[in-house]
Write a protein that binds this ligand. Structure first.
Ligand code: URA
Length: 433
């Protein structure tokens, strides 16, 4: 087989065979096929697309390019949750203990954050002693015992995706639905889940800005899951503003714990209940969504979900005193209020700008080598639809500096104030099965 023929076939709009897809994925992973030919193929895919069948084969070939995690020694049906990424997204800390509290095993491999969205692992490390570098045996034993464990991504999962993603990033071929869908799903499938619930974000702070694109991505990922024998559901949820009120590492742990203890932060409670209920149904722990939702909500109100989080933190070496007394979590010395310059209604909050403002404070990494500061972050005081007077506080920056100029400017830019009250935004747009 010659790579030039594969490129030409796709360029002309024809579907590639399994053999052709495996040929270029394997050849690229081993280094036998050069960047320039794979770049040309990625551009051809960008313009010509891929069928569901081709996308599923591409995904499986990327899974097969490296290790896969074998979770078969965990009892029960393992369901993973994946978010396409957003600012203030602390949903994993909610759904993990919520579904664990009803007996669904959650074995989660998570990453660190780069850029303006923080990573799950960084956030958990706000809790002193919390250890994500557990061995595979500890990971599995913890899930069997407590139904919940989180480990940093180890091993060589989907190395073909790693190489292809780096290439796409510099050849303007990231925004291709089949390529994004295959990339995300290859990592989920290599991580060993039996079923997958996807939280596909839509809006200004999301990877996909329009509902149409988000839905296309969701449908493609659900199709891959089905084709590769994983039950997959996608919930399309709003990311036109940060989720909840807190952004930053310790800030997000604090808010998640409050919600687990029953705080009615509506978007967080609602979205995590929705995702958890789908997970519990896929795990066959409940016959239907309503029964799952009701029991999980009850487990928030009776303290079982919070207890599952405590047990999980203790099992991974975290200081539970910090969870019982949230004021012990890391915090920054200065609380700098950013005030509205005019009266009106909050019409928009650009989540990406809030994420960048938090990164400037030190909550995220500008480069892979940057050190995270767990105590800094942002507390939003006003969200879309809220009325604000001139001089009233829009948000608070938790900072190491008395006058964090860049973050203040960036955070202020994120807010759009208008004279009329905007329409309410839906939290959940669609569920794709
Ligand atoms: N996230 C991924 O993991 N892959 C993509 O292609 C885009 C976003």
């Amino acid at each position: 087989m010659r790579m030039v023929d594969v490129i030409e076939k796709k360029r002309n709009g024809n579907a590639l065979t399994e053999e052709e897809i495996r040929y270029f994925v394997d050849g690229y992973t081993t280094g036998d096929i050069p960047d320039y030919q794979v770049s040309a193929l990625m551009m051809a895919v960008y313009f010509q697309g891929m069928s569901d069948k081709e996308t599923a084969v591409l995904t499986q070939a990327m899974v097969d390019s490296g290790e896969t995690i074998d979770l078969s020694s965990i009892q029960g049906h393992k369901v993973d949750k994946h978010s396409t990424g957003g600012v203030g997204d602390k949903i994993s800390f909610l759904v993990g203990p919520m579904v664990a509290s009803v007996g669904v095993p959650v074995a989660k491999m998570s990453g660190r954050g780069l850029g303006h969205t923080g990573g799950t692992i960084d956030k958990l490390e706000s809790i002193s002693g919390f250890n994500v570098e557990i061995t595979k045996d500890e990971f599995i034993a913890n899930v069997n015992k407590n139904k919940l464990a989180v480990a940093g991504q180890t091993g060589n999962l989907a190395p073909a995706d790693k190489k292809l993603y780096a290439l796409r990033d510099v050849t303007a071929t990231v925004d291709s639905i089949p390529l994004i869908a295959g990339s995300i799903m290859s990592k989920k499938i290599a991580s060993g889940a039996d079923s997958i619930v996807l939280d596909v974000k839509t809006g200004s702070g999301a990877f996909m800005k329009t509902l149409e694109d988000s839905e296309a991505l969701a449908r493609e990922m659900v199709a891959i899951g089905k084709n590769l024998g994983r039950n997959t559901i996608a919930v399309i949820s709003d990311m036109n503003q940060p989720l909840g009120y807190e952004v930053g590492n310790a800030n997000e742990i604090r808010e998640a714990v409050e919600v687990l203890q029953g705080a009615k932060v509506n978007d967080l409670r609602e979205l995590s209940l929705e995702l958890s209920a789908h997970m519990a149904v896929l795990a066959k722990v409940f016959p239907d969504y309503d029964a799952a939702y009701k029991q999980i909500e009850e487990n928030i109100d009776n303290g079982k979900a919070f207890e599952a989080f405590r047990t999980f933190v203790a099992a991974q070496g975290g200081d539970v005193a910090m969870i019982d007394d949230l004021s012990l979590l890391p915090s920054a010395p200065y609380a700098v209020e950013v005030k509205a310059q005019e009266e009106g209604y909050v019409n928009a909050i650009d989540a990406a700008s809030i994420g960048v403002a938090a990164m400037y404070l030190g909550a995220g990494r500008a480069t892979k080598e940057s050190e995270i500061n767990h105590g800094v972050g942002i507390s939003l005081k006003k969200k879309i639809g809220d009325h604000v007077k001139a001089g009233e506080t829009l948000l608070v920056l938790h900072s190491e500096e008395e006058e964090p100029k860049d973050s203040t400017e960036k955070a202020l830019q994120a807010y759009e104030i208008s004279s009329g009250k905007p329409d309410d935004l839906p939290l959940i747009y669609k569920v794709i099965r």
